[in-house]
Design a protein around this ligand. Structure first.
Ligand SMILES: [Zn+2]
Length: 130
């Protein structure tokens, strides 16, 4: 695990660094995993921590990969009052990297909508664990 921002810069692509470590947002409808529908698991692109199962992914129409639940203990939440809004930031529980935001307007039974950046995730096809 990188110990400082310089090592993170070496490990990540410039696009990944800007979102994961500088809390950026990728442009809508550009993410490689937006339309991914295969069964499998999504991990943190920075550290490999298992975050989401394909079974919780849904098409929110927002242009960002969306999930209605995270794996237990996989993510942490931070109050985010930037850009004149109150939002809940979602970060990786293992490495603290920014993943996206959590909203309470999800259309499924959980009522949750994790709005994530595709560039923060890696997908491994296989058995969906949830
Ligand atoms: Zn991580």
């Amino acid at each position: 695990m990188p110990k400082n921002e310089d090592s993170w810069k070496e490990k990540l692509t410039p696009e990944q660094y800007a979102v994961l470590r500088e809390k950026g947002t990728e442009p809508a409808f550009t993410g490689a995993l937006l339309k991914e529908k295969r069964a499998g698991m999504y991990t943190c692109a920075a550290c490999g921590n298992m975050l989401f199962s394909s079974g919780t992914k849904f098409d929110s129409g927002t242009g960002w990969p969306s999930f209605d639940d995270a794996l237990p203990g996989a993510v942490k939440f931070i109050d985010d009052n930037s850009h004149g809004m109150h939002r809940t930031e979602v970060v990786c529980a293992n490495c603290g990297s920014h993943l996206g935001h959590l909203f309470d307007d999800g259309p499924t039974a959980t009522g949750k909508r994790y709005c994530l950046n595709s560039v923060c995730l890696e997908f491994g096809e296989g058995e969906a664990k949830k």
